[in-house]
Write a protein that binds this ligand. Sequence first.
Ligand code: GLY
Length: 314
Amino acid sequence: MIQPFIIGTRNAGAFLHAGAAILGQGGSALDAVEATTRLVEDNPEDTSVGTGGIPNLLGVPELDASIMCGRTLRSGAVGAIKGFKHPISVARRVLEECPHVLLVAEGAERFARMMGCEAGDLETETSRRVYRSFVADAFEHEGIDESQAWVVEYVRSQGLREWYARLADDHHGTVNVQAMDADGNVACAVSTSGTALKFPGRLGDSPIIGAGNYCDNRYGAAACTGRGELSMRASTARSLIHFLAEGLGVEAAARRAMKDVHALSSYGAMNCLLMDAHGNTVSATTVSGRESIHWFMDCHASEPQRRVGINVTP
Ligand code: GLY
């Protein structure tokens, strides 16, 4: 019998205790991944998730999140939601209360208010400074035009596609958390502020079930970080689970999915986190030379264990 366990991306390592404690008390995988993800969303040092996430092109933080239950395949997701501290909990309420899977923007905010989810300011000194310095670099002055009309000028002068290609891959952070509980149920949570300085309204892969997040008790759980446009085009999370269902092990499945991303012949990095129903785990990156790591903690461990994943080059 597999001990209940929880895994997470690099930025979740320090917070796995919370989920492991829930699992150790007989709690559900869904509760464990939500609780751990909330702590990452609360971490102001993390500039790619929740509070402190670098804002969009207009200087507004827009958050994406999703959560999925491997027993029922029910899922909930929110995209481009503003002004709520824990998009993962709004996504959980979508899963529990809503007939839909994905709510975005004003609709997601309306739903979050209806559900009594916690509202709040997501900006930090660091996220404001990064935005101001971006504006200053782009326009060689310190002021931010209140009308934001400069964005139109900026986008025209750069060309949106060229500008997006030039954005560094370290502007794409996300948290992935996956768990298996004592009943063998699997859950997966993903949360992000998306690409730093993204075009307003841009959704990445994190709220798209099948792209950035997927799980199924029979096979395991899968999620992605990196340029969401890649995993949206390659249906990476669902593909990873499909490869497990076809009999591949976690490492072979991750290799195959990352090769599919390379086949897109596009710019940007993609990374995945994968666990199977037997408790095997792997992380993978398409970037050569970058260490792919994830954290593993079973419910009786005192500390999470650092695990090194694989690099998949073209
Ligand atoms: N993977 C996160 C994003 O592209 O928004």
